[in-house]
Design a protein around this ligand. Structure first.
Ligand SMILES: *Cc1c(COP(=O)(O)O)cnc(C)c1O
Length: 362
């Protein structure tokens, strides 16, 4: 327990947002060249925006407070009116975890279609949900949103051909294609392709610096110059016009330096962990979903629920070890563990041992 009363974990696998800035990031914050970004005078932010848009093969970038803000701004720019809808997967972050910002703030109808286990949405389902705007009873579809990697499908990587097929499906229909690329760098590392190749079919891409890249705060939204100019105006409206935020952008620049090696280690840790978990009686893992830095596993023992296992893991003295481990339960049987730059391979072993010790009591 910290002095502030919240629980601290020796091994925190609840999310890749739990990382704190590295010594190198803290140093970069101290020495960052700063200016007022609302006047477009913060050199560190300008460097970060240029670096990210170059990596993604887009004209411009915009540093924003969060991935949620990046997605919301994209919806607002792509749907400039009150008579529009967007199509996203039912397991998408936009649908499940963004407090209906698309509806409440952007004023669009959000139409969800089923996500398949590989993170895709069937092309047929998209076709069925699409409205051309000619019918008087219906909103016009203005945006389709995909997610890569797909968090709630287990951090799975979207097939690049699939993304190109979606692009083709909506060609010349005045519909934008947006990518929630919170973890696009994980997808790029998993496929050994440049991130720009994965971003190519999309009009806009939002990338989180604060997930597996390991920075403390922020996302970068990328797209055409015109798109980013509009997003910039609306960012001010949302209260996201920040002054010397180069102190934060400095960490983003450090995070992008040599990300391939770091991210590959996290992918390896997720797989090592999954292989250990699947050998524990009472637990199971669908190895086909373990592609990046996320491992979902399920409890298949009637005597213990996912929630109870999570609870026991958070106690120092349980099972056969004295470390505590943070993971998150999703529903009665599923548990998610996320790997990030502040988890070592030794900690992966220790976490798996802790879990095995607890499960052996049931
Ligand atoms: C975390 C996440 C976001 C939102 O990022 P925040 O910075 O937490 O707002 C969006 N999409 C996906 C897939 C995410 O995992």
């Amino acid at each position: 327990m910290s002095q502030h009363g919240f629980l601290k974990y020796d091994i925190d696998l609840r999310s890749d947002t739990v990382t704190t800035p590295t010594a190198e990031m803290r140093q970069a914050m101290v020495t960052a060249e700063l200016g007022n970004d609302v006047f477009r005078e913060d050199p560190t932010i300008l460097s970060l925006e240029t670096k990210m848009s170059t990596l993604l093969g887009k004209e411009k970038g915009l540093f924003v407070a969060s991935g949620t803000m990046g997605n919301l701004l994209s919806i607002m720019v792509h749907c400039p009116g009150s008579d529009f809808d967007i199509i996203v997967g039912d397991k998408s972050h936009i649908n499940k975890y963004e407090h209906a910002g698309a509806t409440c703030v952007a004023g669009v109808l959000v139409k969800t279609v089923p996500n398949q286990s590989d993170g895709t949405i069937n092309l047929e389902d998209i076709k069925m949900a699409l409205n051309s705007g000619t019918e008087e009873h219906k909103t016009k579809t203005k945006m389709i949103g995909l997610e890569n990697t797909h968090n709630m499908c287990g951090g799975v990587v979207l097939n690049p051909e699939y993304c190109r097929a979606v692009r083709q499906l909506i060609e010349n229909q005045d519909i934008a294609l947006h990518l929630d690329g919170a973890r696009i760098f994980n997808a790029a590392v998993a496929l050994s392709v440049p991130p720009s190749e994965l971003a190519a079919p999309f009009d806009s891409v939002s990338v989180c610096l604060s997930k597996d890249l390991g920075a403390p705060v922020g996302s970068v939204l990328c797209g055409s110059s015109q798109f980013i100019e509009q997003a910039r105006r609306l960012r001010k409206m949302l209260g996201g016009g920040w002054a010397q935020a180069g102190v934060l952008a400095a960490c983003g620049l450090v995070a992008l330096d040599g990300y391939e090696t770091r991210i590959a280690l996290d992918h390896n840790n997720a797989t090592v962990f999954a292989n250990k978990i699947k050998q524990i009686p009472g637990l199971s893992v669908d190895m086909s979903t373990v592609q990046t830095n996320i491992t979902f596993f399920s409890v298949v023992n009637d005597k213990i629920t996912a929630q109870q296992l999570v609870q026991k893991l958070s106690a120092k003295e349980s099972g056969k070890s004295s470390v505590n481990v943070g993971v998150v339960a999703f529903g009665p049987t599923m548990i998610r563990a996320v790997f990030h730059p502040q988890i070592s391979t030794q900690q992966v072993e220790m976490a798996a041992e802790k879990i095995a010790g607890i499960m052996s009591e049931f």
